[in-house]
Design a protein around this ligand. Sequence first.
Ligand code: PEP
Length: 248
Amino acid sequence: MRQTLVVGNWKMNGSRASVAHLLGEILEAIPASGAEVAVCPSYVHLAQAIELCAGSAVAVGAQDCSRMPAGAYTGEVSADMLVDQGCRWVILGHSERRQYHAESDALIAEKLSAAVAAGLQVIVCVGETREQRESGEAEAVVAGQLRGALQGQENLAGLVVAYEPVWAIGTGLTASPEQAQAMHAFIRACLSGLAGVDADATRVLYGGSVKAGNANQLFAQQDIDGALVGGAALDAGEFLAIVGAGAA
Ligand code: PEP
C-alpha cells in the first residue's frame, strides 16, 4: 500500500510575509492523518519554512541541489547543506531546470547520487513535451529519462518519480486521468526493469495543472500515488483540497 504524497513546488515565488501567511493557513487546517505532505519553497525561504513546520505533519524540501558536496561552486547549494537546514526532500530534474538550465539526464543522475548520499528523499521528474507526445515519442522519452537518471544508482529505496508532461505544466491543460494512468503504469513497468528499484513500492506522482477540481479523479487511478503541485500550491485552499483528495 503506497501512501499518497502531495508536494507543493512553490518555484521562484514568495516573500517572508507570503511564506508565513501561506504556511500559517496550511498548518492550521492540515489533516492529522491521510496524505503525506511536503512543501518546496525557494532556497532563501527554506529556513523560515522549516522553523514554521517544525513538529507539524508538513515536511520541507528544496527544488534542486548541487551535484557537488562542497567547494568553489558559486551560487550552488549542496545536498548536505539542505539536510543541515532540516530539509527532508529535494526535487530533481524538473522540466524548468531541464529547459532553462540545460540539465541533462547525466547531471540529474549525479545530483541524485549526491542527494541520496546526504540522506534526502528524492523526487525525480520526467515528462515529454507536446511535440514529443504528438510524434508518438512520449514513452521512449520518459523511459530514456528514467534510465538516464536511475540506472546504476545505489540505494533507491524511498525514491519518488513525478510524471510531469511538459505540455501540462502551468498551462491549465491536464493529462486526462486515463492518459496519466497509462503513463504511470508504463513508468512502473520501466522501474521494475531497473536494478535496485522496488517498482511496486515506488510512488509515482502526477504533476501538471493539478487542482482541487481534478485531484480526486487523478488519485483514483491505480498507479497515481499523489501529486507534484505548482500553481495551486500557492493557494492554501486549493492545496488543502488536493491534500484532502489524497486522504480519501
Ligand atoms: C510543477 O511545476 O511541478 C507543476 C506541476 O506546475 P503546475 O501545477 O502549475 O502545472
